[in-house]
Design a protein. Structure first.
Length: 615
């Protein structure tokens, strides 16, 4: 008889310890990845995002009384709406460059122009000027004159045309686009734009002398921007009608910088990228185009494909995102307002990763209903107007409390109005409900919609306005043009996207994400390679930088061999663009970096800087 032996499997002490260790690690990982831990484990990215205080340097009264500002004279026709728009656009462009301007009508043109650094003509009917001879004498004595619109066709002006370098005048034509034959727009020499990619333009068919310097022409070789010397001075001529729009301010800035020897001007110097509706509830289900390409439903696509690509772009091309929270996509505009909890974990994941990347969480709204009490202002969007300010405030408190619950110790600073629309009642509601918000970011370039909110880069009564300039994943020539003009003019790249652009046929141009992602990569790559000096920032920090820029008064002394810049109310750093054909010599209190041919970035470190220029 064979006896069966009973074998009992015994766990050793070591095995128990291993199992206990694994359980503890699993528990800790679960806690650290939960929303609960955010209440007790402060996120370092959140804590470090505090408003930076700067010491303001004032120039002495003795220094200030000896400083003078060059003055730019703008002549306009008060009876011509186009001339008024052009005058206003050039005035604002010069204001950003901290240049003092005086605008006068045809009936108030001064007898002498000798007091002015430059004279700008913003009307076609040159023959209406009462003292054209004085303008010519001013130029002959060393003044510079900018004709910012095509001149009229008139045989009596033949003598002036010759001084402008024109030897033959034809009819008005619509030129075939524009080709830059210079870097009048920084880093954009040889850029070619077709009609439809630039604002509408009308020009004169002209032939100009060989001694003229052409900075831009049409694709069918109509000269569009050129200058010519006249004795000791210079004439700059823009042969067109499109400089009255904001997207062409870089051309205006470039024209001034090429017309004047050793031209320097301050810039805001910021690169900001917004993601509207992020974090926000993600649509459930499947999108046909996404599913066909990636075999994922919409939430999985955003988590596994879209967001990792956004993170990769940010790391590769130095981008800091400002995300704008939407709490729900319901269309309620009357209380009670409910918190949408079903995407809570997604909110936390995306928001926490955004902050760890050095990004920002701002507010887009409780829902996507624009803060306005005017139904006409949102009728075309299919939105609902709010009944009153109190209801707006109640909804804003809901989203504020939700963000603070998920991200404790975090002050909300930035608001982007849904569909870029907000009225005075909406602004008052925002101010009362979330007083920590001090930055309002809407549009810089007006669109075709009557009620869109459009701002300059300025400071209003309640908010700092840091508007967005371009949008979308597509990298079109039109966006490149708008971007290059803004960078040349004010040194700003301000762009926004939506996660759900790819779900909208209009905003995605019916392109797949594999194509849109490549275009977005190329867009950010070009910005990074052409303008690596732009300071990547969140909206909150860009708002602080804009405040410092607006507050600083700039006084420039130009001498033959040097430039001295004095800054009153200086906040510690201000950057400038300098265009000169001379070599850079000895520097005091600044750093200089070449950014294009004959173009330099100047970083001021103290309230007075000096640059030696060598022929």
């Amino acid at each position: 008889m064979v006896r069966q032996m009973d074998h009992k499997f015994k766990l050793g002490k070591t095995i128990y310890l291993v199992i206990l260790f694994v359980l503890i690690i699993g528990l800790l990982l679960g806690v650290f990845n939960s929303t609960y831990i955010l209440k007790y484990l402060p996120n370092q990215a959140i804590i470090s995002m505090k408003d930076d205080e700067h010491n303001i340097t004032r120039l002495s009264e003795e220094t200030l009384k000896d400083l003078t500002e060059d003055e730019y004279l703008i002549l306009f026709n008060e009876e011509d709406s186009s001339s008024i728009r052009l005058k206003d656009n050039i005035s604002q462009t010069l204001a950003y460059m901290k240049k003092k301007t005086t605008a006068v009508t045809l009936s108030n043109i001064p007898a002498s122009f000798n007091h002015y650094k430059n004279v700008v003509i913003t009307f076609e009917e040159i023959s209406a000027m009462p003292n054209l001879q004085s303008l010519e004498e001013y130029t002959a004595d060393g003044g510079n004159v900018f004709f910012a619109i095509r001149p009229e066709i008139k045989s009596s002006l033949q003598n002036l045309y010759r001084k402008l370098g024109i030897y033959e005048v034809g009819e008005f034509v619509t030129p075939n686009g524009i080709r830059l034959t210079s870097n009048v727009l920084i880093k954009q020499e040889k850029l070619t734009m077709k009609n439809g990619e630039i604002p509408e333009n009308s020009s004169l068919s002209v032939s100009i002398d060989d001694h003229c310097t052409i900075y831009a022409e049409s694709m069918d070789h109509v000269p569009l921007l050129w200058d010519t010397t006249y004795k000791k001075g210079k004439f700059m001529v823009f042969n067109g009608t499109m400089l009255e729009t904001r997207e062409n301010r870089g051309l205006i800035t470039g024209a001034f910088s090429l017309m004047n020897e050793d031209f320097i001007y301050p810039i805001i110097d910021m690169k900001v990228v917004y993601i509207d509706d992020f974090p926000a509830p993600i649509p459930e289900g499947k999108n046909k185009m996404i599913y066909e390409e990636y075999r994922r439903d919409t939430p999985s696509f955003y988590q596994d494909i879209w967001w990792p690509e956004m993170q990769k772009v940010a790391a590769k091309y130095d981008v800091k995102y400002t995300g704008l929270v939407i709490q729900t996509y319901n269309d309620e505009v009357t209380p009670p307002f409910r918190i949408d909890e079903h995407d809570r974990n997604t909110f936390v994941q995306f928001g926490r990763e955004l902050l760890k990347m050095g990004g920002e969480v701002g507010i887009h709204g409780y829902n996507h209903q624009s803060l306005t009490v005017n139904q006409n202002a949102v009728e075309d969007l299919g939105y609902h107007a709010w009944g009153n300010q109190a209801d707006m405030e109640s909804s804003l408190n809901i989203v504020e409390n939700y963000v603070k619950e998920l991200f404790p110790n975090y002050d909300i600073k930035t608001y982007v109005p849904p569909s870029n629309r907000i009225d005075q009642v909406g602004e008052a509601a925002l101010s009362n409900a979330i007083p920590s918000i001090n930055i309002l970011s809407s549009l810089y370039i007006p669109d075709s919609m009557e009620y869109s909110t459009v701002h300059e880069f300025d400071k209003g009564e309640t908010y700092i306005h840091f508007p967005r300039i371009t949008s979308g994943y597509e990298y079109t020539k039109k966006k490149r043009w708008t971007m290059a003009n803004a960078v040349t003019s004010i040194g700003v790249f301000s762009h926004f996207i939506h996660p759900d652009d790819i779900l909208d046929d209009s905003r995605s141009a019916k392109k797949k994400w594999s194509d849109l992602g490549k275009e977005y990569n190329r867009f950010m790559s070009d910005i990074h390679s052409n303008y690596p000096w732009l300071k990547s920032s969140t909206a909150r920090n860009a708002g602080m930088q804009l405040t410092h820029f607006l507050r600083t008064d700039v006084y420039i002394e130009e001498k033959k061999d040097r430039i001295i810049v004095h800054m009153d109310k200086f906040s510690g750093e201000l950057n400038f663009i300098l265009r000169t054909k001379k070599k850079i010599g000895k520097l005091e209190n600044c750093e200089v970096q070449k950014v294009d041919e004959d173009v330099y970035l100047v970083k001021a470190k103290k309230a007075t800087i000096k640059l030696r220029l060598v022929d």
